[in-house]
Ligand binder design. Structure first.
Ligand code: GLA
Length: 385
């Protein structure tokens, strides 16, 4: 991969003698989806698929971006002093550069940046957050800014919210910027406090399956879910002193849920509250290597994302039910925002091959689509290569 990136860089930008090489991971979320903007917990890990980058400073004020994944966009160039959203992939690095500037970290000159990712695009493994964190990391390295990885995560989220118009939470950028090899990150999104939990299950593996369902209307539906959760919270705050849905236990929700006037918003809140509780329980279960409990919670999570939060869709539900029915599978669920993308399944080590074969076959029979399987490792955050 690195050789390919260097070759491409030289082809696009010339010799590249001064350019440095970088990598930022993607992430998979084990459990806890649509809880991050509701003040709950999430439990993701950074993975060894992600975005490779090469970059160097220029002698002028031009920014030149090139992505090996979007060759049709060509070299996207912009003036450092006039950054505008243009609805192409380069909006992600541009948003981060803009946010650095707003925070007093102005670039003293332009730069060339080439990216090459091996995360399936639009698959729920956070290719965009990977690009955002990588960009921040490159800026820090090239310009010597004093900014922590945690701040890089916040900058990535801020720029996605404000430059790109997606009201995402902090999970993806945090998981990527703060990733730790062999560990999942149990993050309290209210306090931004976190704990690294080793993922070392001797007889089990987390398997990622890409459904190849392209996300459609994902962004507007995402923003809509967020707004519905906020409406539910506002109703609940009339009757109980909470700051976020993550402040509620299941018992509290049962007592106060009737305060949420709209039935749809009530279901959204139910998901957010119980998913947060499941995430806390799954973290404890993983620590004791209790795969049955982790798997059961993953299955419940999927059911809730399907019925109460309605972010799965028929094809993803089909993929998950085929996966859950295979021998040696403790649990399976959609991961990330939903509306297509990937699933994550907890599978007994000896059954992984049969799982891939059977799920691939049955999924194609039922939906006509191909399933792709990713054997990933849990990786560190961004690095200079
Ligand atoms: C996307 C967002 C995250 C999170 C997930 C759902 O990945 O970027 O902030 O909300 O969806 O859990």
């Amino acid at each position: 991969m690195r050789q390919r990136v260097r070759r491409e860089y030289e082809k696009i930008f010339g010799d590249g003698g001064e350019a440095r090489e970088y990598f930022a991971p993607g992430r998979v979320n084990l459990i806890g989806d649509h809880t991050d903007y509701n003040g709950g917990h999430v439990f993701p890990c950074a993975i060894n698929l992600g975005t490779y980058g090469m970059a160097e400073k220029r002698n002028d004020n031009k920014l030149c971006f090139y992505s090996v994944n979007f060759p049709e966009a060509g070299i996207v160039s912009a003036d450092l002093t006039k950054l505008r959203r243009e609805k192409n992939w380069a909006d992600y690095p541009k948003g981060v550069i803009q946010t650095f500037g707003e925070r007093g970290m102005e670039l003293s000159c332009g730069l060339n940046m080439l990216l090459c990712g091996n995360l399936p695009h639009g698959s729920g493994l956070s290719s965009s957050a990977s690009v955002e964190v990588l960009t921040g990391y490159i800026l820090r390295d090239l310009f010597g800014f004093d900014v922590t990885n945690e701040e890089l995560a916040k900058i990535g989220q801020y720029s996605e919210n404000n430059f790109n118009g997606v009201n995402c939470g902090i999970m993806d950028q945090f998981a990527i910027a703060m990733g730790k090899k062999g560990h999942a990150v149990f993050l309290d999104t209210s306090a931004l406090s976190y704990e690294y939990v080793p993922v070392s299950l001797p007889q089990a593996a987390f398997v990622i399956t890409c459904s190849n369902v392209k996300r459609e209307l994902g962004e507007s539906a995402y923003n809509e879910r967020r707004a519905e959760s906020e409406r539910a919270l506002a109703d609940l705050q009339q009757v109980i002193g909470i700051c976020t849905l993550g402040d509620m236990t299941g018992e509290m929700f049962e007592v106060y849920q009737s305060a949420v006037r709209d039935e749809v918003c009530r279901r959204r809140a139910r998901h957010a509250v119980y998913e947060n509780q499941r995430t806390i329980q799954a973290k404890e279960a993983l620590k004791r290597k209790d795969v049955e409990t982790v798997g059961r919670l993953m299955n419940e999570s999927h059911r809730s994302l399907s019925e109460d939060y309605e972010v799965t869709g028929d094809t993803m539900d089909t993929l998950v039910s085929i996966s859950q029915a295979q021998p040696g599978v403790w649990g399976s669920r959609i991961t990330g925002a939903g509306f297509g993308g990937c699933t994550v399944s907890l599978v007994q080590s000896g059954c992984v091959e049969a799982f891939q074969r059977e799920v691939g076959k049955k999924y194609r029979e039922k939906t006509g689509l191909r399933a792709d399987f990713y054997a990933v490792e849990i990786a560190d955050g961004p690095v200079v290569l």
